[in-house]
Design a protein around this ligand. Structure first.
Ligand SMILES: [Zn+2]
Length: 357
């Protein structure tokens, strides 16, 4: 049981073709691949398969020699000769395990890099990674539609950004096993990935009761709170790293092609955060919430970074957070770009107020 449209949206057909047909010849959009059809004898030096986006907005492949083609599902079928169900399971696993090399559709244990020093701080890495992977795959099933729609519609986050960062759906303790120490709740799973391993995960409750908190954290016996989380864009389009308050805003900035670091709370804008952020070899942009706590944290973090020789640009959002800004913006890439340029040009490299369009 998979949601075909969501699965296709979460799959980058060019990278799937690289995996299944071998690396494409040429560059960018004009890359070409060999044809998967065994009856199509290929002799030419230029491989015949190209990839394009259909009028429905879906990526398709087509062989200019024999006419074979279709969606990502058809490409898996052509390469593996499996059933449609197996092909969809393969794509779901691939979306959930985005950063790892692809496995054939038969379920084999996933080979992971050995735990690194950075991954320390989690006391059940295998249990947590199994949970994060299962939830990341589950996000694309119909039973997770409510949680997926909260991410893609309410929050406006594209499928490729969610897949890239292994965002998942936890359907609650009756249906989703979890490691000891993970909160027993249903919600959106926001993992912290360090060296390709999940080392921490928060559960975001989409519509919490007024007396509940929106974020549930694991207990200290499962994992230490890393306080900072890196979120990756599907393709890096800017040199800057945007520092946000919370993972949803970090995913929002990644949507515009920025690398991001989320402070898991405004309270973490301290010495330790500044030390970690000052080491990053990229220009830093601080974009915390416009409320009092967020603005105080932004000032403090900027001052701490300056004592370490860094000159961060500070974005002052006029109302709402980055995600509110994205959802009211007609051209998110352009809007964010423009505010960054204004903030960079202002005398104190800050003080730019982001107005809503
Ligand atoms: Zn062909």
């Amino acid at each position: 049981m998979y949601d075909r449209d969501a699965l296709l949206a979460a799959t980058d057909l060019r990278s799937l073709a690289d995996d299944l047909l071998g690396p494409g010849h040429g560059r960018g959009r004009s890359r070409m691949w060999p044809c998967p059809n065994p009856n199509h004898a290929q002799t030419g030096r230029t491989p015949p398969v190209s990839i394009f986006t259909s009028r429905r907005g879906e990526q398709r492949w087509r062989c200019h020699g024999c006419g074979d083609g279709g969606t990502a599902i058809d490409l898996v079928l052509a390469c593996h000769g499996s059933t449609i169900r197996d092909a969809m399971a393969y794509l779901a696993a691939r979306a959930g395990h985005h950063e790892r090399p692809c496995q054939p559709p038969v379920s084999k244990p996933i080979r992971r890099p050995a735990p690194t020093r950075e991954a320390a701080g989690c006391y059940d890495l295998d249990g947590l990674n199994r949970y994060v992977d299962e939830c990341a795959e589950r996000l694309w099933h119909p039973e997770a539609t409510r949680l997926r729609h909260w991410l893609t519609h309410t929050r406006g986050l594209p499928a490729e950004v969610l897949a890239r960062n292994r965002i998942g759906a936890d359907l609650g303790p009756r249906r989703q096993p979890r490691p000891d120490g993970m909160p027993r709740a249903s919600g959106v799973v926001l993992p912290v990935i360090t060296a390709r391993r999940a080392t921490y995960a928060q559960i975001r409750i989409p519509n919490p009761r007024p007396d509940w908190s929106r974020y549930l954290n694991p207990s200290g016996k499962l994992a230490a709170n890393p306080r900072l989380a890196r979120i990756r864009p599907p393709a890096v389009q800017h040199p800057e790293i945007i520092i946000t308050e919370g993972m949803i805003d970090a995913l929002t900035a990644a949507t515009a092609g920025y690398r991001t670091v989320a402070l898991l709370s405004a309270a973490y804008a301290d010495e330790a955060a500044a030390v970690a952020l000052a080491k990053l070899p990229h220009p830093l942009v601080i974009a915390l919430d416009p409320d009092q706590a967020g603005q105080a944290a932004a000032q403090q973090l900027a001052a701490l970074l300056e004592t370490r020789g860094r000159q961060p640009v500070v974005l002052h959002l006029s109302a709402g957070d980055l995600n509110d800004m994205m959802r009211t913006s007609r051209n998110w890439h352009g809007t964010l770009d423009r505010h960054l340029n204004e903030a960079r040009a202002s005398p104190d490299r800050g003080g730019s107020t982001c107005a809503f369009p």
